[in-house]
Design a protein around this ligand. Structure first.
Ligand code: 3HC
Length: 311
């Protein structure tokens, strides 16, 4: 019986058929998806904090409106992904507990500070640019609810990336001080953006199995390379310099060779010792505690509605 179920599941994966919530799936497949989708959702929610810092400081109403819309989108992406995760049999409260207890991870990139307005440009351009490359690949992931969530999310990410690049272009074409601000932001966000794609394939504990399950359709290194090859020309277009002296076009490979990534920094940040890990978690837990009355009121209202319906 179990063998038949496993064989049927494996055949669906081979046939590029989507696995749906009610389908039988190996327990490890379920757990891996709960891990990855929940961490993806946590990343969206924590990712609102670095940008939220600049909504009240945006240099114009137009920039403020675009940033506000982007941060709101991230909240929606988080809720979308939490909903996809719940289809795997875990509750929203358990997911929040895992984030607040430090048990669950979120993307390393959101543990860096946003110290100038140019950081809003660098985040939209580089962080959302990297996220799009990762997420476009995930639109073909084998788990149905995750793949479908990615289609909607990718559409909104394109706007995020474009508004970020426009900020960088405006600064790069502005006064020398503005161009220096854009270059400074690129210098600080380039390497952490490369780290977003995860460890090298040789170091990645999950990639091989995730590729077999067609959870991942491209490996960490393949996506990282795609991001570099796409982004370097964009920097050159606006006269900014990529902070990597080893960056060099490799005709034979049809892509850029690049310098060594500081994996010690990466693991320090993942383990919780990055510049902003503590403040991000304090902000999240603070919001959770302060928001309790809103959750209680919503539940009370829903119960009252239900009682009225039954009368
Ligand atoms: N930050 C934090 N932890 C990371 C990480 C990162 N950038 N990259 C890898 N890790 C963790 C993994 O979670 C795993 O730890 P775990 O077993 O405790 O979960 C460990 O490092 C080993 O890494 P692997 O590469 O073997 O792990 P994965 O197969 O999970 O690959 C991943 C990592 C590529 C990030 C994959 O999980 C993934 O594609 N996730 C979905 C996309 C995502 O989460 N993106 C985050 C950014 S979302 C965003 O930017 C929103 C945008 O709107 C701004």
């Amino acid at each position: 019986e179990l063998q038949q179920l496993e064989a049927a599941f494996d055949q669906k994966i081979v046939n590029d058929q989507k696995i749906e919530p009610k389908d039988w799936m190996p327990e490890k497949y379920r757990q891996t998806h709960i891990r990855q989708i929940s961490q993806h959702a946590h990343s969206e929610v924590v990712g609102m904090l670095p940008e939220g810092n600049w909504i009240t400081r945006a240099p114009s109403l137009r920039r403020k409106v675009a940033l506000l819309a982007k941060v709101q989108d991230e909240a929606g992406h988080g809720l979308y992904l939490y909903s996809a995760c719940e289809t795997l049999g875990i509750s929203r409260d358990e997911l929040y507990d895992q984030l607040h207890s430090g048990e669950a991870k979120y993307s390393s990139i959101f543990n860096y500070p946003t110290v100038t307005w140019a950081d809003m440009g660098a985040i939209g351009w580089l962080v959302d640019g990297a996220a799009i490359i990762n997420q476009v690949a995930l639109t073909n992931t084998s788990y149905g609810p995750y793949a479908r969530a990615m289609v909607r999310i990718c559409k909104e990410e394109s706007f995020h990336q474009r508004q970020g690049f426009e900020i960088m272009m405006t600064l790069a074409e502005g006064t020398p001080e503005q161009k220096a601000m854009a270059q400074d932001a690129l210098n600080r966000w380039w390497w952490p953006s490369l780290m977003m794609f995860g460890p090298t394939d040789a170091e990645s504990v999950h990639t091989a199995q995730s590729m077999k399950w067609k959870l991942k359709r491209k490996t960490n290194d393949e996506l990282r390379q795609q991001f570099i090859d796409q982004t370097v020309p964009q920097a050159h277009l606006i006269g900014l310099t990529i902070p990597d002296p080893d960056l060099k076009w490799n005709e034979a490979k049809g892509g850029y060779d690049f310098g060594p990534i500081n994996w010690d920094e990466f693991w320090q940040v993942v383990k919780g010792y990055g510049p902003c890990n503590k403040s991000r978690m304090d902000a999240r837990k603070g919001a959770w505690d302060e928001g309790k009355w809103v959750r209680d009121a919503a539940v009370a209202y829903a119960e009252k509605q239900e009682a009225n319906l039954e009368m």
